[in-house]
Design a binder for this molecule. Structure first.
Ligand code: MG
Length: 337
């Protein structure tokens, strides 16, 4: 078996390897129209009711990242995929795969955290499963979820609605979750003062839905960060996107961790942020609506949809230079969620 025949960490990340896996191994085999968009959630219509349906696995290492432990992450990650799809998240399933010997109180902490996150996000955990595997056959605790939400009448979001002139908005500073994972791993030395941005984004997406047709598309910039999200948004479209690097909010401690690790904060995961594309006229009202919320106080316009280069993202830097964004083959930071 050659190296190319083996699954790599990057196949589950936010880089080109993961993208090619989805194209070659998933899209070719599972041909349902709802899957085709490979978006945050599948949109389904059942007897006149539009539903968003999503599933996710959580293998974060370590499982007790400050502000974004495995339980909170599992619930928020699931809720957020529904919320950015334009849905009102309602129900979540939670399944555990636990390694024999894992601390019972540690497992209790993960579950307690999931329960608190569900309460905060206004969703109910309604079914689940527990499996235990032998020592060394898994790494601590893994969680898998599914989530269902209802998409209200009149909500119509999609990358096909993105037009030249539209603006890209982020709801707050980027890279917070990835930086917290990096700090918690201790590879950069003992570090304090960094917590994940992990949170439900439901209030933010509800505020943005108030823009009506001026809201084109929303996503949550998780694996691969804002840059990956931007690249995915315009991939295959007849328009491109510019990102104005100095306009992207990055908190000081996150910038410091990124500097030490040599990682671009725009490639680090957020777990409580929304990246939204809005019409040119919708940008002002979107910022106003977001900034009224505690979680949206740092909202900023960070980019613009442009005619060329179609399907690509260009990063405009402070010095007046720009570069075409090419995602790395592998995510710089595996197992962040
Ligand atoms: Mg997502």
């Amino acid at each position: 078996m050659s190296g190319r025949d083996r699954v790599r960490l990057g196949h589950g990340g936010g880089g080109r390897l993961a993208r090619s896996f989805l194209e070659n191994e998933i899209r070719t085999r599972f041909r349902s129209p709802a899957l085709a968009a490979l978006d945050d959630a599948a949109l389904l219509e059942i007897e006149g009711v539009r539903l968003a349906f999503t599933t996710d696995g959580f293998v974060v290492k370590p499982p007790d990242v400050p502000g974004g432990d495995a339980g909170k992450l599992a619930v928020c990650g699931t809720v957020n995929d529904l919320a950015v799809s334009g849905a009102r998240p309602l129900y979540v399933s939670l399944a555990l795969i636990v390694e024999e010997g894992f601390s019972m109180s540690g497992l209790g902490d993960v579950l307690e955290s999931a329960a608190r996150a569900a309460e905060r996000a206004g969703v109910q955990i309604v079914c689940g499963d527990t499996k235990v595997v032998g020592r060394g056959e898994a790494d601590g605790v893994f969680l898998t979820t599914a989530g269902i939400g209802v998409v209200d009448h009149g909500v119509s979001l999609g990358t096909d609605r993105i037009e030249a002139g539209d603006r890209l908005i982020v709801s707050g500073a980027v890279g917070g979750h990835g930086a917290a994972v990096l700090a918690a791993r201790g590879e950069l030395g003992e570090m304090t003062g960094i917590a994940s941005d992990c949170a439900p984004v439901t209030d933010l997406t509800t505020a943005l839905r108030g823009l009506g047709r001026d809201l084109r598309y929303m996503t949550d910039p998780t694996r691969g960060g804002l840059l990956s999200a931007a690249v995915e948004m315009v991939s295959g479209l007849g328009v491109g996107m510019t990102i104005d690097e100095p306009s992207v909010p990055v908190e000081g401690p996150v910038a410091a961790v990124c500097g030490l690790a040599g990682i671009d904060p725009l490639m680090l995961a957020c777990e409580g942020r929304v990246a939204a594309v809005v019409s040119p006229g919708g940008a002002g009202p979107a910022l106003e609506a977001l900034r009224k919320l505690e979680a949206g106080r740092g909202a900023a316009v960070v980019g613009e949809v442009v005619g060329e280069p179609a399907g690509r993202v260009v990063m405009c830097m402070a010095a007046g230079t720009s570069r075409l964004v090419v995602l790395p083959e592998e995510d710089p930071l595996p197992r962040i969620c």
